[in-house]
Ligand binder design. Structure first.
Ligand SMILES: [Cu+2]
Length: 126
């Protein structure tokens, strides 16, 4: 085995890992918000050219806290709206902004920037 062959093998494995990860991520129905202290289902959401994760799964009947962190200065994402729960928040760059609410009914709810260009989805399971 020569170094260039090892490099090709390693590159191949990295590529395979990436493909597996990519398709696994696409296939999963979002990220399940883990239960944090205080009984909140808590999830960090990165705001940078979109929401990451953009599909968040929670359980109905337990309070939810989404911690938005905006890491860009584009004005598009300076606010996030969660109309189904009557919530909205300003997202100053680099600050963690929690959005708390109690999902009572199972369903799919959208959160988006104030213009609706950047979107994410909250899936509430019964
Ligand atoms: Cu926008």
């Amino acid at each position: 085995m020569t170094w260039d062959k090892i490099l090709v093998d390693v590159a191949g494995m990295v590529l395979i890992a990436f493909i597996v990860w990519f398709f696994w991520l696409v296939k999963t129905k979002g990220v399940r918000a883990p239960l944090a202290s205080g009984g909140y289902q808590e999830q960090m959401v990165l705001v940078k050219g979109g929401y990451t994760p953009d599909v968040i799964v929670v359980e109905a009947g337990k309070p939810v806290r989404l911690n938005f962190v905006r890491q860009e200065s584009a004005s598009c994402t300076e606010m996030v709206l969660l109309p189904a729960f009557g919530k909205s928040a300003k997202l100053p760059e680099g600050e963690i902004v929690p959005l708390e609410f109690l999902p009572k009914e199972p369903g799919e709810y959208e959160f988006a920037c104030q213009m609706g260009m950047i979107r994410g989805k909250l899936i509430v399971e019964g």
